[in-house]
Design a protein around this ligand. Structure first.
Ligand code: NOJ
Length: 767
């Protein structure tokens, strides 16, 4: 046990009223923004002000017979010129954006430009790995670069507002939207939130080539009952402050310009009319000064919740709670005139909602520069640098689960002269991109089959068999907007024949690479599942191919933790590639053949089966921790441990941790030596966990409080240094109802995953 010199650690009392959020603005000063906005507000009519709060979906590129057209969401030029809209979402074509912007700027009375928003989640034209995968890189600098590329492409098109990052903590893999966030942990989630805000927004709001963010979904959306999307969240104060809110706070501190309210009710009050969240926490405690947009149709749906009496009441409750802009439901534009006339909503309340929207448009430079250069946009979209970064991001996001007998990396040449590439996802350009890939050209996506073919060259025979169809659960509306998938499903007999052909191919080959997982819409919005098993007949395909006795590599393309218990016992090599994006096939081939070495780590626990859910590493100790004795916290039919723990991931090399030192001064300094003990260069994510042994509340058995991804050549040793300052040692105490730092003894572990063994302790005597 190492205990350094005991010195006091400074305490800062949790202050409920915080300083106002500092959104960096340059070249404009705060005063310039204020004066411009006040000037506009003085000249605006009431209906022009209400128009600024109205955002409408438009799908100009939708097929005329598709679901979008049925929604009938086409604004007229007269409406735009009258100032009925402050913002549109889903327009991505630069020429359409320019045209609409001309109407707003040239034909309207006050020439107020439109703000175009879009779900820029993991790329715009260049599709990067999904956010859960990006989090698995444990590389915030990479994530920042990826979102900076997405921002560059989106802003080139005229989209200056990204509906991201999604920073909802998710501990239930049944919930499909787990794919859009950074996983289960607030510390990693906060690091990813900050990185994404920086990447999207740049150094200041309005930096050319950047966009304003919308941090979502505020707050608690990831805790949906039963993992059912949109369902209620019941979250204790302790969990809310310690787990769900920190990534939002981190994003707001990083300068996030807008926040999107969530769909569900939090402890009974819909988030879109929740003044505790939108006023007490966001504006008063955190000093947020941007604007809040509802999620789509959420204002109108306050009646569906059984919360608002009617549409008028819905508008009243949303705007008074602090939702400034109504996404899609037209409730504000229809109801606010009545509410203002009756005096239920004051003109000051209206101005308070309009002000931050106008300020955002001023800061973004839209008044000076509302249009885009259409031909310039095309060359930005085609940038080879963007594709290269997407490839690197996919390499760095992959997690190696198993590698028995060092099957990977695959040697090129004689040993495996014939390779069978099998699986319904192996050659699917649509699916490798994942959900929320809406503005790109799927024809540019590189599948795993293509990546492998391009990699191996002519000396190796690569043959492909689909091995049956992976039926889509239901066509996603967004997908139907952009791409028609009018395929005729295979008959059962055809599927059986395809499986047979795949097994036959494997048995005639030296090696089988199976590419299995989920189709793009099986994870994402409205994509909850009650099973985590490989969907369709993929498990059967996997077992039959494995039964041929040929060496098998399993490559997974998916957006959530899956039940891989069988595969973990029978398949020698398993690579989790997630939905790796449009360069995914190249990146997977780089990893399989050793041109890149896996270094990603799990941002979320992989359970043994769905019955363990929710399962996460940072649980409390309980009255009787699991010790395999009777009457402890355990199942009688399965271990309580997960299949793969948080932070887990292998490499083609090995690492050794030693010499853990803890020194205390005004902060706690932790140092450890990490050595590459294998024969290949590789990356290790060095992770630091703590546990507060006693205090005014029980604390999780382990909590991540530091990480660094480092690169080491064979035999190279590096010292890694972490500082545990006040922020890392504080938490929100349910007993004291505030943020506290307490006198206590703390365990500290450092290692390559959340099961790290290298251990020490330190004592905080005077917090
Ligand atoms: C609903 C989703 O919940 C949200 O994340 C998204 O930004 C909006 N739709 C707009 O597409």
């Amino acid at each position: 046990m190492l205990i350094g010199t005991m010195k006091c650690i400074l305490i800062t009392i949790f202050a409920f009223a915080a300083d106002a959020q500092r959104i960096p603005v340059a070249p404009l000063t705060e005063a310039q923004v204020e004066s411009r906005v006040s000037g506009l507000l003085k000249s605006m009519t009431q209906s022009e002000k209400i128009g600024q709060l109205n955002q409408l979906f438009v799908f100009p590129e939708a097929p005329p017979d598709g679901p979008a057209a049925k929604l009938g969401l086409a604004p007229t030029d007269q409406e735009i010129a009258k100032g009925d809209y402050g913002s549109f979402l889903f327009v991505t074509d630069p020429s359409v954006i320019n045209r609409m912007q001309h109407v707003a700027v040239d034909k309207s009375r006050l020439h107020i430009p439109l703000l175009f928003g879009f779900d820029v989640i993991h790329g715009f034209k260049t599709i990067f790995p999904v956010p859960l995968a990006l989090a698995a890189s444990w590389d915030p600098a990479l994530v920042e670069q990826a979102q900076a590329v997405a921002a560059r492409e989106a802003s080139a098109a005229g989209v200056r507002w990204a509906f991201g990052p999604m920073v909802d903590i998710a501990r239930d893999p049944r919930w499909g939207r787990i794919v859009e966030g950074a996983g289960e942990d607030p510390f990693l989630g906060s690091a990813m939130a900050r990185a994404q805000v920086r990447g999207f927004q740049g150094k200041y709001l309005g930096e050319p080539g950047h966009v304003v963010t919308s941090v979502k979904h505020f707050a608690g959306y990831g805790a949906a009952d039963g993992g059912r999307d949109y369902d209620s969240s019941s979250i204790s104060d302790e969990q809310l402050w310690n787990v769900d809110l920190p990534p939002f706070h981190a994003a707001v501190e990083a300068g996030a310009g807008t926040v999107m309210s969530a769909y569900m009710d939090l402890n009974g009050v819909p988030a879109t009319a929740n003044s505790f969240l939108l006023q007490d926490v966001l504006r008063r405690a955190w000093g947020f000064r941007g604007f809040v947009v509802s999620d789509a149709f959420a204002v109108a749906n306050l009646t569906t919740h059984g919360f608002a009496k009617d549409a008028e009441d819905a508008a009243f409750r949303a705007i008074t709670a602090g939702v400034d802009m109504d996404m899609g439901s037209r409730t504000y534009i229809r109801q606010l005139p009545k509410l203002l006339e009756s005096g239920r909503v004051s003109s000051k309340q209206l101005d308070d909602a309009v002000r931050p929207i106008l300020a955002t448009k001023v800061r973004m430079g839209l008044f000076e520069d509302p249009y885009v250069d259409e031909s310039g946009a095309r060359s930005i979209f085609a940038s080879p640098d963007h594709r290269e970064l997407a490839r690197v991001a996919a390499q760095r996001s992959a997690v190696l689960f198993r590698n028995e007998g060092s099957l990977l990396p695959l040697p090129r040449g004689s040993k495996f002269a014939s390779i069978a590439v099998i699986g319904p996802l192996a050659d699917s350009q649509l699916d490798i991109r994942g959900p929320w890939a809406l503005a790109d050209d799927p024809g540019q996506a590189i599948t795993v089959l293509k990546g492998i073919r391009d990699k191996v060259g002519s000396g190796t025979r690569v043959e492909y068999a689909r091995g049956g169809e992976l039926r889509r659960v239901y066509p996603s509306m967004f997908d139907a907007i952009r791409h028609s998938r009018k395929t005729v499903p295979l008959t059962d007999e055809q599927n059986v024949a395809e499986v047979r052909a795949a097994v036959e191919l494997a048995s005639q080959s030296d090696l089988a690479i199976l590419v299995l997982g989920e189709t793009q819409e099986m994870s994402g919005e409205g994509a909850s599942r009650t099973s985590l098993e490989l969907p369709g007949k993929q498990q059967e395909l996997l077992a039959k191919v494995a039964a041929t006795g040929k060496p098998v590599v399993l490559v997974l393309l998916n957006g959530r933790p899956l039940d891989l218990t069988w595969a973990s016992q029978h398949i020698p090599a398993i690579l989790e590639a997630w939905f790796p994006g449009a360069q995914g096939g190249n990146a997977v081939a780089d990893l399989l053949f050793g041109d890149a070495n896996p270094g990603g780590k799990l941002p979320v626990t992989f359970p043994r089966n769905v019955g363990q859910v929710p399962i996460y590493y940072a649980h409390n100790l309980t009255h009787q921790p699991d010790t395999a004795a009777d009457f402890t916290s355990r199942y009688w039919d399965q271990p309580t441990s997960p299949l793969y723990p948080f932070g887990y991931g292998l490499s083609y090399t090995t690492f050794e941790f030693s010499n853990l030192r803890v020194d205390q001064g005004s902060s706690v300094e932790v140092r450890v030596d990490v050595k590459n003990t294998g024969d290949r260069a590789g990356d290790e994510v060095v992770q630091l966990y703590i546990h507060q042994q006693f205090g005014s509340a029980s604390r999780p058995v382990r909590e991540l409080k530091g990480f660094q991804r480092i690169a080491l050549t064979p035999n190279e040793k590096k010292e890694v240094h972490f500082t545990l300052g006040g922020n890392e040692l504080e938490y929100w105490s349910a007993a004291l109802r505030k943020m506290v730092r307490e006198r206590s003894v703390f365990d500290v572990w450092v290692g390559g995953d959340s099961k790290a063994q290298l251990h020490s302790t330190f004592t905080v005597l005077r917090p």
